[in-house]
Design a binder for this molecule. Structure first.
Ligand SMILES: [Zn+2]
Length: 298
């Protein structure tokens, strides 16, 4: 499943192909993906210019000259292919030959700059929607959404506000989309490891009695930003899909310090610990029991 860094990588890859260009033709090849396409989807896009391409959590947001925003979500297996001047590339992934439309190419955007952007989604958990710009914050996709982890909003202070009094395990609180949006399992494991925090420690242990952030809360905010930025720089990672669909592998996985390393020695110098796995809310957590002690939240 594409995580936030992959979505950001895709955004950066699509930006030069889409921003400043008009949709000259939109081919919608099915009535729905995970949800039905909005009414008159192609008609509402054709002739409109893409003014900017943003991202909120794992959603891509194309700001249109019509005053609407095209919301695009990659779901589990969604990907974009950009073709321009005979060359095809897949932002965030790799170069390959793309001959004609495949069975899973569901939407094709032709743009006034000569680029063509194809949305491919084998499992169809992705979706697209059109929402007036003035209603973006309150629309169903974003109304209950937490803060953006790559933005300036995330700080020790915000963590203190969000986690105060919470007995929920730290891992679960960090994955709660209503608190912080778009932080995936891999990156939460890595961030907790780098901060030396036990995944089962109560979220509230990062907050002092006076409601102030602990030293670890400040550290965690910085580490989350670092882990995500490093992954964006490395071009994102999509472990399972990469391995299954095309055999190529993401880049960032090579620098995972705990994720998927159960039974392997901890990478911290001088630490003799072995990475363990536990299951929290049905998802694997990897951690070093020596580096990540419960009592170290402060
Ligand atoms: Zn360790």
């Amino acid at each position: 499943m594409p995580e936030l860094p992959e979505v950001e990588t895709v955004r950066r890859g699509l930006e030069p192909a889409m921003v400043g260009a008009r949709f000259t033709k939109v081919m919608q090849r099915r009535p729905d993906l995970r949800f039905p396409f909005p009414e008159k989807f192609a008609e509402r896009l054709e002739g409109q210019e893409v003014r900017a391409l943003g991202r909120r959590a794992k959603y891509l947001l194309a700001d249109l000259s019509s005053g609407e925003v095209l919301i695009m979500h990659l779901g589990m297996s969604g990907r974009f292919l950009v073709t321009k001047g005979g060359e095809t590339r897949m932002p965030g992934e790799f170069h390959h030959e793309h001959g004609g439309l495949g069975a899973h190419d569901h939407v094709v955007f032709q743009l006034s700059n000569g680029a063509s952007v194809t949305y491919n989604d084998a499992r169809r958990f992705g979706f697209m929607d059109l929402v007036p710009r003035s209603e973006i914050e309150t629309c169903k996709h974003f109304a209950a959404m937490g803060i953006e982890p790559l933005g300036n909003e995330l700080s020790g202070e915000t963590i203190a506000t969000l986690f105060a009094g919470k007995r929920t395990p730290l891992k679960a609180a960090l994955l709660d989309q209503r608190l912080i949006a778009g932080l995936g399992n891999i990156y939460v494991c890595e961030a907790l490891f780098r901060t030396g925090l036990h995944p089962e420690a109560p979220a509230g242990s990062l907050v002092t009695k006076a409601g102030k952030p602990t030293e670890k809360a400040h550290q965690l905010a910085d580490v989350i930003r670092d882990v995500l930025s490093e992954a964006v720089t490395a071009g994102g990672s999509t472990l399972r899909d990469h391995a299954q669909v095309d055999g190529s592998l993401g880049y960032f996985q090579h620098s995972f310090k705990v994720y998927d390393r159960e039974g392997k020695p901890c990478v911290t110098p001088q630490c003799t610990g072995v990475v363990e796995r536990l299951v929290q809310s049905g998802r694997s957590t990897f951690y070093c029991p020596t580096c990540q002690k419960r009592s170290r939240a402060r």
